[in-house]
Design a protein around this ligand. Structure first.
Ligand SMILES: [Zn+2]
Length: 696
């Protein structure tokens, strides 16, 4: 769309069963906010819309676990999430919630319209049912093996490993998440959206129409979905938490959370429009409105296939112009996980780094997972702050403000004739709005943030090359010109940094005293105005924009993660269930002996295997053992070990292995020898028997 009249920008509705962490911020909210702020700065009409997603099964499961009502859960997290967004400057025009009446009404009306138009298939099918809990099992109420990738922890609605959207009955070996029972099948009536009916339209609209402008990761996922063939998808659920299905014969059923959640964008827009006196329909139904959905990659199917099919079926809505989904952010090499507490939570970040929201926004943008999964590391965070924000951006601004104060009592001096370098520098500054816009409008936010920093680099270099602190004693006129040019760059930075670093931008604007009057600039003013900061303008005192982050601060964060990992491992340690009972005769067949490792070497071309020579007391024999990732050969020589000596020999990579040594795992997952108590006098070849007795 070339010249939209207005923009409706949505950010994925966060699910209210936990706080917001850096992955959410990097994947969805920071890029969406940069986009919205940028558009507002260029004078565009923008509705930036979000809200809490408060329905669905995980909330009811969490409520059950904590012994509270689902409403208690959503109230708690809605408040936490909303505060985090405000704290981090995510500038939503409206932040609603799907438990609001306006949303229930809007979602029911939407369903009713499709129902009346005959857009649904009504079907009585067999669904998984938990006899003990007396409840149908859908979505997260059931886990099992993904039929596509074999992941054993897939949910009844989606496999988080391969991203496939599933029906509960697709799962192999399904298990109830409530009781752990194997579910039975029971008949129930539901309404389905026949996605197959919309396949031709989706193909044309996305695969042909958006081949060039949608991100390859998004386009690719959509294509593989469509190529796989689309099937009807249930839009209702047997559940007591959600929006009641507004037709007869649907008692005890609610709208499927993925049907109601995206409608939340519409109801949140309505809520906003009512408050500010606008017409919500223009933002959702006018063809000159550009609709953009910011989401993470786990939501691509819902925003590129299911929701557009719903909008198309309804008939009066526009479709998204783009869905710039990001890939996932990892943390220190591991997947972010709420349940494993492997995350940096926003409320905790603010406690540890008060008033440093922009540092996190910047680090997440500069390293955003735009085209592939990316890793957040605290070292990178520190480097982004110290080497870029402090050393380049902050340093430049500080020098300009301090020198202007020192030489001219904070008054912008009058320039004399510009040198060629001055002209070039001023021309370069004027080019930045276009350069940064071009990146932002193609949803390349990391590139845009690098360009912003390049503008600060330009300022830094200019000052370092021109050295006004040397000239001030000999050439007053030239010094004034240099400071005038530097102040223009500082002013451009104040405006152009706003989408990325809103708190810093505010601080800088206050410092330069440019929040009103002639010196106040829009995005486009940076290119078009001859002078950004006029001669005679009074600026304020220098204030530090960023401060250095020390190594021990970073180490404290790393220690916190290590502690969290340990706590999680201890909590989630799985004890293997007991194996089948055996008889004493079975057991007595095992011939276990005390042995000593007399030599060890790595098996060539095998990372895990050591070839051990063990003195068993009976003989010296070769045993190939899979312990090479835990021990070096040098470490194991001389060790006392317990050996199963009468195991049938087996040839591993050409080496005959005659027995096995007993190992176990320590709490942190390392292999440990099950070795004979060395304080008692054991001899090689002693047999190991039950009751702790030993017979020689
Ligand atoms: Zn899978």
């Amino acid at each position: 769309m070339n010249h939209p009249k207005r923009y409706t920008i949505t950010a994925a509705l966060p699910y209210t069963n936990g706080a917001i962490h850096i992955g959410h911020l990097a994947g969805v909210y920071v890029p969406a906010d940069i986009y919205a702020r940028y558009l507002r700065l260029t004078g565009k009409d923008v509705a930036f819309i979000c809200g809490s997603d408060e329905h669905g099964v995980p909330i009811t499961i969490k409520a059950k676990k904590e012994g509270v009502s689902p409403q208690d859960i959503v109230d708690k997290y809605h408040a936490i999430i909303k505060t985090s967004f405000e704290d981090f400057g995510i500038s939503f025009d409206n932040y609603s919630r799907t438990s609001a009446k306006i949303h229930h009404d809007t979602a029911q009306e939407f369903f009713k319209t499709l129902y009346d138009k005959g857009e649904f298939i009504e079907e009585t099918t067999e669904q998984l049912y938990d006899e003990e809990a007396e409840q149908f099992l859908a979505d997260r109420f059931v886990t099992g093996t993904c039929p596509k990738c074999g992941n054993e922890e897939a949910y009844g609605d989606q496999c988080e490993k391969c991203g496939s959207s599933l029906n509960a009955t697709d799962l192999i070996n399904p298990k109830s998440a409530i009781t752990g029972n194997v579910p039975t099948l029971k008949q129930t009536k539901h309404w389905f959206l026949p996605l197959d009916k919309h396949e031709a339209f989706l193909k044309e609209w996305i695969l042909v129409g958006h081949k060039k402008d949608w991100k390859p990761n998004v386009y690719g996922q959509v294509k593989s979905w469509i190529d796989d063939g689309l099937r009807p998808r249930a839009v209702t659920r047997d559940l007591d938490w959600g929006i009641p299905v507004p037709v007869e014969g649907a008692e005890g059923k609610v709208l499927y959370v993925w049907f109601d959640a995206p409608i939340g964008y519409i109801s949140s827009t309505k809520e906003w429009a009512e408050r500010v006196g606008k017409d919500w329909e223009l933002y959702w139904k006018d063809k000159d409105t550009k609709l953009v959905h910011f989401i993470g990659k786990d939501n691509i199917v819902f925003h590129c296939i299911i929701f557009p099919a719903m909008l198309k079926a309804e008939g009066s809505f526009i479709l998204p112009d783009n869905v710039p989904a990001n890939e996932f952010l990892n943390l220190e090499g591991n997947k972010l996980s709420t349940s494993k507490n492997w995350a940096v939570w926003l409320p905790e970040y603010l406690e540890d780094f008060p008033n440093q929201q922009d540092v996190l926004r910047y680090a997440l943008t500069a390293n955003a997972p735009e085209t592939k999964d990316n890793d957040f590391t605290w070292k990178d965070f520190q480097a982004r702050n110290n080497n870029e924000l402090v050393a380049i951006f902050g340093n430049f601004i500080n020098r300009v403000a301090v020198l202007t104060d020192k030489y001219y009592d904070g008054i912008v001096p009058e320039p004399s004739e510009f040198s060629a370098v001055d002209e070039e520098t001023l021309a370069a500054v004027k080019a930045y709005p276009e350069v940064i816009s071009s990146s932002i409008e193609r949803y390349r936010f990391r590139e845009a943030s690098h360009e912003l920093l390049n503008l600060a680099r330009l300022g830094n270099k200019y000052l370092a090359d021109e050295e006004p602190w040397k000239l001030v004693k000999t050439d007053e006129a030239r010094t004034k010109t240099i400071m005038f040019v530097s102040l223009q760059i500082a002013s451009a930075l104040a405006t152009l940094s706003e989408p990325f670093l809103p708190f810093t931008s505010d601080k800088l604007k206050a410092m330069l005293n440019i929040n009103s009057g002639d010196a106040k600039n829009s995005w486009n003013d940076i290119s078009s105005k001859k002078v950004l900061l006029p001669t005679g303008h009074q600026i304020g005192k220098a204030e530090l924009l960023f401060s250095k982050i020390e190594d021990d601060t970073i180490q404290a964060q790393l220690d916190k993660l290590i502690a969290s990992k340990k706590a999680n491992e201890a909590a989630n340690r799985k004890v293997e269930p007991q194996k089948e009972t055996i008889t004493f005769e079975d057991f007595s067949k095992l011939d276990l002996r005390v042995g000593t490792i007399i030599s060890a070497e790595k098996m060539p071309k095998a990372n895990k295997l050591l070839v051990l020579k063990i003195d068993t007391g009976i003989d010296i024999r070769t045993i190939v053992s899979g312990i090479a990732e835990s021990f070096t050969p040098e470490e194991v020589v001389g060790k006392r070990v317990t050996v199963l000596v009468n195991l049938a020999p087996r040839t591993l990579r050409g080496v005959e292995s005659e027995g096995m040594i007993l190992m176990t795992e320590s709490e942190d997952g390392k292999l440990v020898f099950v070795n004979p108590d060395t304080s008692t006098a054991l001899s090689k070849g002693d047999a190991v028997v039950p009751n702790g007795l030993h017979i020689s």
